[in-house]
Design a protein around this ligand. Structure first.
Ligand SMILES: NC(=O)c1ccc[n+]([C@@H]2O[C@H](COP(=O)([O-])OP(=O)(O)OC[C@H]3O[C@@H](n4cnc5c(N)ncnc54)[C@H](O)[C@@H]3O)[C@@H](O)[C@H]2O)c1
Ligand SMILES: [Zn+2]
Ligand SMILES: [Zn+2]
Length: 368
């Protein structure tokens, strides 16, 4: 079928919205009609050429939500009409990682996905017979996409899809960092560095876990206001003295749990330093620039601080994304303040501009 999609033709150039060909789903695959898709940093990072593993031509986009149109042979988990959130981090349920409760890094289709292929090593996207690659296994800057059924989370159809799509990436990453990776305990003190989509999700996750004190650190006053709306009890302006301020607020000890959601390695170091001696756990969610390293004084670790990394918040997507969407529908997660702009697919590059200007938290593309 012919669909309209935003194609990365050349690194550093704007995405080109155009007509491309999409083949029917093969065995184990699903055709999804996209309804909404968030515009995320990872899309912009890849489009800029900064990501060393990027490839072109490819259809970008990975924060999608839509409705199942048709399914391929052998698909049993989903059927036409189901509402789904796309998962760049799939859950096959069978590999050694899916069977472990210690990680969400499913191994089933990793290699082909990293190459921009569907699991059978080919693409469904093409143009004049030339293959176009699938970005992050999702390619949701498009009217339709074909994805493996193990990479789709079936969600409550009463959830508006322009809200549900945020659970495809940043929001679940933040929630999961607090809930799955750190497993924040009730009554604890938490510090979250960064109040973008990921950091605000972490603030909400700390609140849902019953944290008593949640300090959010950011450079933007507007974003710190949003953090209060998600449950932050205190806010701090980021900078060189942020660690001292956290220590002062915590009787000199530091916080039980700290989170880094900035992508800035200095803030990562601060998040480690702001964790409490004895048991403080620092969870790193930000993606640092190529070649950057995290600088930690080893003594901080010997005296009981720990550091953990979190990919997609440790969320096993097919199980937990529907739970998060249910929490949203029950009023436990306030998603509305995150949707700052609605755009059309043709305005996708405007989404990157808004992100660069830090105008709002998320621009969401609507397809219908
Ligand atoms: N681990 C994952 O699976 C995963 C998933 C999605 C995004 N990410 C990464 O998480 C990070 C955050 O994503 P986002 O969408 O929330 O980004 P964002 O740019 O919207 O938010 C980052 C925030 O950090 C703040 N900040 C920057 N430097 C700071 C400092 N020194 N101290 C305090 N605050 C500071 C900025 O003001 C901004 O509000 C990015 O690096 C992104 O690539 C990781
Ligand atoms: Zn993302
Ligand atoms: Zn798996």
């Amino acid at each position: 079928m012919k669909i309209r999609a935003a194609v990365l033709e050349e690194f550093g150039a704007p995405l080109a919205v155009q007509e491309v060909d999409l083949e029917e789903p093969r065995a184990g695959e699903v055709l999804v009609r996209l309804d909404a898709c968030g515009v995320c940093h990872t899309d912009m990072y890849t489009a800029s050429g900064a990501d060393p593993s990027g490839y072109a031509p490819a259809v970008l986009g990975h924060e999608g939500a839509g409705v199942v149109e048709r399914v391929g042979e052998g698909v049993t988990l989903l059927g036409p009409g189901d509402h789904v959130v796309t998962l760049f981090s799939p859950q096959c349920g069978e590999c050694v990682h899916c069977r472990s409760d210690k990680t969400n890094l499913c191994l089933a289709i990793r290699e082909e996905q990293n190459k921009g292929h569907l699991p059978d090593g080919t693409t469904r996207l093409s143009r004049n017979g030339e293959p176009i690659r699938h970005f992050m296994g999702t390619s949701t800057f498009a009217e339709y996409t074909v994805m493996p059924e193990i990479a789709l989370a079936k969600v409550d159809p009463s959830a508006p899809l322009d809200r549900a799509c945020l659970f495809a990436c940043g929001l679940s990453t933040g929630l999961g960092a607090a809930i799955n990776t750190a497993k924040v305990e009730p009554g604890s003190t938490c510090v979250v560095f960064g109040a973008g989509m990921v950091g605000l999700g972490a603030v909400a996750g700390c609140r849902l876990r019953g944290a008593e004190r949640i300090v959010c650190v950011d450079l933007s006053d507007d974003r710190l206001q949003l953090a209060k709306g998600q449950g932050a009890t205190d806010t701090l302006t980021g900078g060189p003295v942020a660690v001292d301020e956290v220590l002062e607020m915590t009787g000199g000890f530091g916080a039980d749990y700290t989170f880094e959601a900035t992508g800035n390695v200095d803030a990562m170091r601060q998040a480690v330093e702001a964790a409490r001696m004895g048991w403080g756990l620092c969870t790193v969610a930000g993606v640092a620039g190529k070649g950057e390293t995290l600088d930690i004084v080893p003594r901080l670790l010997i005296t009981g601080r720990r550091v953990a990394g979190s990919s997609f918040g440790g969320v096993k997507g097919r199980d937990q994304v529907p739970e998060f969407v249910r929490l949203y529908l029950e009023g436990e997660i306030d998603v509305d303040p995150f949707v700052s702009h609605h755009l059309t697919l043709d305005e996708v590059n405007r989404g990157f501009e808004l992100m660069e200007a830090q105008d709002g938290i998320r621009s969401v593309i609507r397809f219908s």
